[in-house]
Design a protein around this ligand. Structure first.
Ligand code: MIG
Length: 790
């Protein structure tokens, strides 16, 4: 009945249950110790504390003064910020160099302004309030031209104005579509862009939360089922500043191992050692680059984590070692559920050492997942995270360096799809129910897995892929968007989903290339791989019982296209790597919506069928079948067609042709794009670094970053960073290399400068010396010069 139109029978209309909220009420007294400003109100207590001059925290508690404890998401302690606090005509004003907060007394309402007095957020008729069952809510005015981004992993479009979204980590196998508003990840944070300026708001609450940017035209709200109303206002003013502020609070990713940025092949499941070897052999024979193969749940002995099925995988060590020799990593799946089996060591230990989630009465909680009846580690306890971390030696001893965490919402096969909300998480002496800590279960598991691997990899960088997470997950894991389907609609949705994940501080993201469930077609795989080559995380994965979708599964024409785009990804690895360095330092994502770079441009507020990689590459995939042309929006500036070097003046829409083998791709004039030719895996050494220079009439510069790609030594200065300045004057192109840092020597012997945009012969000067072989022909407006690498 649920699936027929009976579901919309008028009797089923939800009677609009209006929740009753009690307003915080009038301010009675306020206090300041120069650090925390405290307000006592009619119906509750509010504290304001600056973490930096551009980050302010507000906490409301209806019953007692907030303790200002830090959550699991926030890793930053407050800095000393010099504040001016004064009261005039009853209004308390708190001023830092970047933010102004005014607190109005009757009733208590809080407004934030930038240092230029531009208003950021304002409360109006309604402000902070709480519900009778302990819910907390905050209303803010919504300006006519507010556009909203972030919110972690959500379906639907890029701009979330007009959406209502729930944060409750959920295993969503039902097709991802616009009405599904709770997905695997919860990032209760968003960025507002208004009139070209940005600010952010992070609602740090682990209960189920709801962001409503839909129900009222001039007001939005954020609501939590329980806990304090605890939020951080991030001052901006640029979108990149907001990401810096948000990731200052919640942390940033380490540089991923380079192999994590290559092409990965997965399937539910490659079921035997022979099948895996065969797969890798085919990649090698066909010379398709590859860096990792995934083992899905069939590798285990009846789905017991930390085991191998001895018949299917008789010698996992040899398998892992042989593949590593071929430059390929093996990444096994590890779910949280531990099979109830008194003869299974992990279960025995878990019970004896008291590692599992329990009810308050003391009984272990059991739920059904793949292994059948299972217990779940209580990752909220440090001892459990350490235990689980140590268990990773089962894999690292074999040579494994990457782990795939799935089902960690946690997913349970029952009506609610998760654990009983009454289950207790011990949380190192501060026990809380699953109702409160559900959304951070995946974050804790990510922490346990990442740190466990890190401790065992002798200085190498671990790789963790996770399905569930919370704000801060970027510290530990890459995120893929779960069970999408081989639908063209899901290829389209990959873009806004990954773009908003990036706007939420998670830089290493991607969707299952080719689609997970349902049957892919060759055409879909070709188009998805074209887009996938530009997603930060690039993995082809598919469900059991669907048609195969390895690169060669649909015949030669498709295979060649897929191979070409995988090769393109490897060619661009130095560019991607340099961008990941930036993400590590600043939180700015690799894959960016145009609105991030052009927040003033009204054409891009909700533009998500094309995107930027870094500042300079514009990717405009085809996401419809039998479609060989599309409209591309080029923002202001000059843009080169990557394939033909044809230039366009931006600020307009152009029509481009794109046969099945073509991905529309543009490069901004005034950019430097490093490339490496012919790599078949991330660590393969080539002798030449190609530096593509896309000429512009104004001088410009770019940087290139490189290190060993696998250890943490970059943290001790073992990296190479070069900045390159380019000036074109009449017929002369001046290229100046300037070392920024030389703590590491890259393996290239040669540099090839490729100067794009030279219609007539030019002289090329490298560090003041005229390059000799400029006699080389101009092909498609490009001249190439070789320079020894020094
Ligand atoms: O209930 O491990 O999203 O990627 O292949 C399904 C089997 C469990 C869900 C993951 C998917 C994976 C599958 N898993």
């Amino acid at each position: 009945m649920e699936d027929s139109s009976f579901a919309i029978h008028p009797e089923n209309e939800k009677n609009d249950k209006k929740q009753e909220f009690v307003d915080i009420g009038k301010m009675k007294k306020w206090f300041s110790n120069g650090e925390t400003i405290r307000f006592h109100c009619e119906n509750g207590f509010v504290n304001i504390r600056f973490y930096r001059d551009d980050i302010a925290r507000v906490v409301m508690n209806p019953r007692k003064e907030p303790t200002m404890e830090q959550s699991f998401a926030v890793v930053k302690s407050p800095e000393k910020v010099s504040l001016e606090v004064e009261e005039r005509e009853g209004i308390v004003t708190i001023r830092s160099s970047k933010l102004i907060v005014t607190v109005h007394p009757h009733p208590l309402r809080i407004h934030f302004y930038g240092s230029d007095s531009r208003f950021l957020v304002k409360e109006g008729r309604r402000g902070m309030a709480f519900g009778v069952k302990g819910e907390a809510i905050c209303f803010k005015e919504m300006a006519e031209n507010d556009h909203f981004y972030g919110f972690g992993e959500k379906t639907s479009f890029l701009d979330k104005r007009g959406e209502k979204m729930t944060m409750w980590n959920t295993d969503v196998f039902a097709p991802h579509n616009p009405e599904i508003d709770a997905m695997y990840q919860s990032v209760p944070y968003f960025m507002t862009i208004r009139n070209g300026k940005a600010h952010g708001l992070f609602f740090d609450n682990t209960f189920k939360t709801v962001f409503d940017m839909k129900s009222n035209r001039s007001e939005y709200s954020f609501w939590a089922e329980g806990g304090e109303l605890d939020y951080y206002l991030l001052a901006g003013p640029s979108p990149k500043d907001v990401l810096d502020q948000y990731t200052t609070l919640t942390g940033r990713m380490e540089l991923p191992p380079k192999w994590a940025l290559g092409y990965h092949q997965s399937r539910y499941s490659y079921k035997t050692e022979a099948e895996v070897r065969d797969l890798v052999k085919t990649f090698k024979e066909k010379e398709i680059p590859l860096d990792a193969v995934y083992l899905d749940i069939h590798y285990m002995d009846e789905y017991r984590v930390f085991t191998f099925d001895k018949r299917r995988f008789p010698n996992p060590r040899k398998l892992v070692q042989d593949l590593k020799k071929a430059g390929i990593q093996v990444v096994p799946i590890v779910d949280p559920g531990v099979k109830e089996d008194p003869e299974y060591p992990i279960y025995q230990e878990g019970i004896r050492l008291d590692q599992f989630c329990k009810y308050i009465e003391g009984d272990v909680y059991f739920g059904d997942v793949w292994p059948g009846k299972s217990a779940f580690p209580d990752f909220s306890q440090e001892k459990v995270r350490k235990w689980w971390g140590r268990k990773q030696t089962f894999y690292t001893d074999l040579g494994i360096e990457g782990i795939w965490n799935d089902m960690n919402e946690p997913a349970v096969f029952n009506e609610t799809k998760t654990m009983d909300l009454k289950v207790i998480h011990e949380n190192d002496g501060n026990p809380k129910t699953h109702r409160e800590l559900h959304n951070v279960y995946g974050l804790f598991m990510g922490e346990a897995t990442y740190n466990g691997l890190k401790n065992q990899l002798n200085g190498k960088r671990p790789f963790v892929l996770t399905r569930a997470g919370f704000s801060g997950i970027q510290r530990y894991a890459a995120v893929w968007t779960g069970d999408n389907r081989s639908f063209w609609e899901h290829l389209q949705m990959t873009m806004p989903m990954c773009l908003n994940l990036g706007m939420s501080g998670i830089a290493l993201t991607g969707s299952d290339v080719g689609g997970f469930a349902h049957d892919a077609t060759g055409e879909l795989l070709a188009r998805w791989t074209q887009l996938g080559a530009f997603m930060p995380f690039f993995r082809n994965h598919s469900n059991i019982d669907t048609v195969r979708q390895e690169p060669w599964a649909f015949g030669e024409e498709i295979e060649l296209i897929v191979k070409t785009y995988i090769q393109l990804r490897y060619r661009l690895l130095p560019y991607f790597y340099t961008l990941f360095r930036a993400a590590h330092l600043t939180g700015v994502p690799v894959m960016r919506p145009l609105v991030m770079e052009y927040p003033d441009d009204p054409n891009v507020f909700n533009l998500f069928d094309q995107f930027l990689v870094g500042e300079h590459l514009l990717v405009a995939p085809i996401t419809l079948p039998s479609t060989y042309h599309r409209v591309v929006y080029l923002p202001k500036g000059i843009w080169y067609d990557y394939w033909t070097n044809k230039t366009y003046e931006g600020g307009t829409y152009i029509m481009v042709e794109a046969d099945l083998a073509t991905l529309p791709l543009f490069v901004k004039a005034g950019s430097i794009i490093p490339e490496e030719e012919g790599k078949k895996s991330a660590y393969e050494k080539t002798d030449t670094l190609t530096v593509n220079i896309y000429l512009h009439s104004d001088p410009f510069m770019g940087t290139i970053y490189e290190d060993d790609g696998e250890t943490f030594q970059y943290r001790e200065g073992k990296y190479w960073e070069e900045s390159i300045r380019v000036r074109k004057e009449e017929r002369n192109v001046q290229v100046e290399f300037e070392k920024v840092h030389r703590g590491y020597k890259p393996y290239w012997d040669n540099l090839m400068l490729k100067i794009h945009g030279t219609e007539e012969p030019v002289d090329i000067w490298v560090n003041g010396k005229k390059a000799e072989d400029t006699s080389l022909a101009i092909v498609d407006g490009t001249v190439a010069v070789h320079v020894p690498f020094s």
